[in-house]
Design a protein around this ligand. Structure first.
Ligand SMILES: C[S@@+](CC[C@H](N)C(=O)[O-])C[C@H]1O[C@@H](n2cnc3c(N)ncnc32)[C@H](O)[C@@H]1O
Length: 268
């Protein structure tokens, strides 16, 4: 087994072999999408690649453990993942395009985050940790307990929850990073890789508990390890580009009050 709370530099598929079966509580897989010109993203069939990942990840998860697999809308087309994991939600991460330049088709405005679990029931789904503001007017709040159910017309026990509502499966409240984002590690990382901490935070808080072990096989500049460290989760992270490993390590160190991360540049 690899050392925990460390970014391991190398090929994720090789490194994965040494991960003990049934040892992982959550996998956050933000790997190749098969859409950019980066060398690591040139995947002949992203569907075959993702099926292979799912096949390799499944034995590593504990019963009830979760996998969040990122991609574009077609990333699981015609893929039969059912022998390995159960798909619970297909989350749409909606990002309104700033420029929407498409001329021949509708501009793509979302990524998909496929939420799978191993077995029948999730180990955890911490709804209270990820509630979002209820944007309903007072009148509706007051009527909330008097709304008939769509299923049987009976008046239910729907209560207005002051702590907020379930974020649902379309996440439009978390914006992609911009050049001005404080958490941005490098300008080059913006359009190619770096995800907002808030996005990864929602996943980590919902599908793991403090002390759990989170696997981030394609860690990039370390957003998931940063979130794990902040919330008391252990992590195992893999990344094949040494510059990214260095950036991720500096970012993690900065949580302990270490040096602020410097801009870095990298090839594709
Ligand atoms: C989409 S990015 C991940 C970004 C990350 N979530 C973040 O916020 O920084 C995918 C990363 O996977 C890495 N990668 C791609 N294929 C890999 C492989 N086979 N083994 C290890 N790392 C790989 C790339 O170098 C890239 O940094």
């Amino acid at each position: 087994m690899h050392t925990k709370n460390t970014i391991h530099c190398g090929d994720a598929l090789d490194l994965l072999r040494k991960v003990e079966d049934e040892s992982i509580d959550l996998i956050v897989c933000d790997g190749p999408y098969g859409v950019t010109q980066n060398d690591w993203d040139r995947i002949p069939s992203i569907q075959e690649y993702n099926l292979d990942l799912i096949r390799r990840f499944a034995p590593k998860l504990k019963d009830g453990g979760a996998l969040y697999l990122f991609g574009k809308s077609d990333c699981l087309d015609f893929v039969d993942y059912r022998p390995f994991l159960k798909l619970r939600s297909r989350i749409v991460w909606y990002q309104p395009s700033r420029l929407a330049q498409g001329r021949l088709n509708y501009t793509n405005n979302y990524d998909v985050i496929n939420y799978f679990i191993k077995g029948k029931r999730p180990k955890c789904y911490n709804l209270d940790a990820i509630r979002v503001a209820q944007l309903v007017e007072l009148e509706h709040r007051l009527r909330c307990e008097n709304v008939p159910s769509v299923k049987n017309g009976q008046y239910g026990k729907t209560k207005f929850n002051e702590d907020g509502k379930n974020p649902g499966d379309v996440w439009g409240d978390i914006k992609q990073l911009t050049y001005k984002s404080k958490e941005l590690v490098s300008r080059e990382a913006l359009n190619t890789i770096q995800k907002p901490e808030k996005l990864i935070e929602r996943i980590v808080l919902a599908s793991s508990n403090p002390g759990d072990l989170v696997l981030d096989p394609f860690t990039g500049v370390g957003t998931c390890p940063v979130v794990c460290k902040r919330h008391g989760r252990a992590f195992l992270a893999f990344e094949m580009q040494p510059e990214f490993v260095a950036a991720a390590e500096a970012r993690i160190a900065s949580l302990d009050g270490g040096q602020k991360i410097l801009e870095f540049s990298y090839g594709t």
